[in-house]
Design a protein around this ligand. Sequence first.
Ligand SMILES: *Cc1c(COP(=O)(O)O)cnc(C)c1O
Length: 498
Amino acid sequence: MIYKSTRNVNVNVTAAAAISQGLSSDGGLFVPENLPALSKEKLMEMCDMTYAQRAYEIFRLFLTDFTGDEIRHCVESAYNDKNFATDNIAEISHLLTGTYVLELWHGPTCAFKDMALQILPFLLTTSAKKTIDGKKISILVATSGDTGKAALEGFKNVDGTSITVFYPEDGVSKMQKRQMTTQEGNNVNVCAVVGNFDDCQNGVKAIFTDERMIEELKKANTVFSSANSINWGRLAPQIIYYVSSYVELVKDGELEFGDKLNVVVPTGNFGNILAAYYAKQMGVPIGKLICASNANNILTDFINTGIYDRNRPFYTTVSPSMDILISSNLERLLYHLTGEDDKLINEWFTALKQTGRYEVNDSVKAAIKDSFYAGCCNDEETKATIKEVFDSYSYLMDTHTAVAYKVYEDYKKATGDETKTLIASTANPYKFGFAVYDALGGECEGIDEFELIGKLEKLTNTACPKALADTKDKQVRFTGCVKPEEMSQVVLDFISKQ
Ligand SMILES: *Cc1c(COP(=O)(O)O)cnc(C)c1O
């Protein structure tokens, strides 16, 4: 399997090169030259496999330059019951007949990012051995909260790597901040940025392509890589849980093979929903892909009109991991939908950079409408949904999952579509405890994040994951906060100490 750049189809690299580089030097994202097919026979065979075995089957199709033993080592090191609180790795909860919640947050940091970031360090170090042997890898991460912690946990103390995480100073929840600033490990660095997530992401992207930085890195025998979902090594693992969920629902008798399954995804950077799209293209009988946004509803507008326009206010919401105005992975979707037209992609993304806006052509508009439905909801609706679902089903959702649930309800009302549906649940509710407690009518005034845990547990008769409760007794190690233009200096200082 060869990987191309969305901005230059003449780029031809192996999976190992795509994963260790992260981003193509032309600024494009790496994409597989074609999507391997999963036959009915293969999918039925997977019914009796564990999550790690299913992952092995899928990675073999994408990572053709890895040996079987290497892939086995990666999947077994990541998807086991030491790292995840459930043997199934991802759990499917049955909310009501035909509506399933895919809980992707049973990993060590309680958000869906663990599904990919528990395996990425293994994929990356294996890739590095093949492509840049002997060099150290410096991981740079821009985070809206969850990726940062998941990446830190995945890469801590991994030989030959170091990691720097940038998060928006006021753009993450108290628990998210606590989780990151108390991170342990001897190769980790965490820094706040005055600005929002897009500032962090643009800062990181600029460092990647900055000649001076690359020069400095050479001297330190180090290369940059990314743990953001622009890295193929982040995206490929996310395909697995959509394949696995379908197979699991067939195994449980909830679906007959071939029955369509709609998928609803609370979306920010467009990585998670793109993975569902890939699973569909590979042959999993997925129906509509329902893209749910919060008040930062740029994707809702884009999917409905074909116009991407980031000239709009940025809102800080109760679902901060989706507070994004530039959804990087959309570039991959557009590359596929234009029939791999790198010229058009360059045109659109240059326009985005220069004017903050682009409009896709009619055939792409039609193709998007064919596969996707989009909707959004505000903070009030998000909170009302948390309460409604808890009161009706005694099921506690986090704010991001609630956005998905609300948009799904709107979708059903608008279309009458009763197809069985899988809702991606992307975080444990205790990660966003204040908003959840407030939604249920609790009084948040004057209590700290740890008093809150006890109150939410009592009110809902649920348990806070140990990993979150335990941050109480950990020491805060990182207190730095810089302006966007100072980010590169933070990276240089840290690398010089490694
Ligand atoms: C990252 C994240 C999202 C958005 O996922 P994308 O792949 O960026 O679209 C949604 N919910 C939570 C809790 C997240 O951490």
